[in-house]
Unconditional design. Structure first.
Length: 202
């Protein structure tokens, strides 16, 4: 089975795997405002509350979408040589190992799926595992339509591919940066809410 067929098969299976106490009311508006401000300040200043190992482990699951989405930068690597060199030195060694193992992407996906439901892990790590999986699933759709896109003119394919790359790079970069700062990266529309539900309440 060729690499492109293996990728399409893995993408299809990845998509199917995931689919297979109340607050006391405030006395008045001013109390609600003060309570909200205090809560917000605590959320924004929790850098010292999350241990460094947990921050690093929270970044690890994003290797999955990082590797799967790198293919969408093909035109960017050509037009921006330093970006291509960075990809060559930083991502290519991991990509070679990733593709050398038969169905390595699928195995990594399934492994993270089981880890994301392990209640013994801190909830922040479980949340990031599930969010990384959902980001990876979001990349399945352009992968599945990649073959049909070859029939379109380059003037359509290149900007569309670049747009996917921008969205993917911004999303992964945001998650990595926020985790390293000790802040949960829960601001991705739809995906973060779904990851919260998948990670469980505790």
């Amino acid at each position: 089975m060729g690499y492109q067929q293996q990728t399409q098969f893995s993408s299809t299976v990845r998509f199917r795997v995931l689919t297979t106490t109340p607050n006391r009311p405030s006395l008045d508006h001013s109390n609600r405002f003060v309570t909200s401000k205090i809560s917000t300040s605590r959320n924004l200043s929790n850098d010292d509350e999350i241990p460094i190992p947990d921050r690093l482990l929270s970044c690890l699951p994003y290797v999955l979408p990082l590797l799967d989405g790198s293919q969408f930068g093909v035109y960017m690597y050509q037009r921006i040589p330093p970006l291509g060199m960075a990809k060559h030195f930083l991502l290519d060694p991991m990509l070679h190992l990733y593709t050398a193992i038969p169905f390595g992407g699928l195995l990594l996906f399934v492994g993270f799926s089981f880890l994301g439901r392990n209640q013994n892990l801190p909830r922040l790590i479980r949340f990031n595992i599930m969010q990384a999986i959902l980001v990876d699933i979001a990349l399945v759709f352009p992968e599945l339509f990649g073959g049909a896109a070859k029939a379109l003119p380059l003037a359509v394919v290149e900007p569309s591919t670049n747009f996917i790359f921008y969205a993917y790079a911004f999303t992964v970069g945001y998650c990595l940066l926020w985790n390293l700062r000790g802040i949960k990266p829960g601001g991705i529309p739809w995906i973060s809410n779904a990851a919260e539900m998948q990670a469980g309440p505790f």
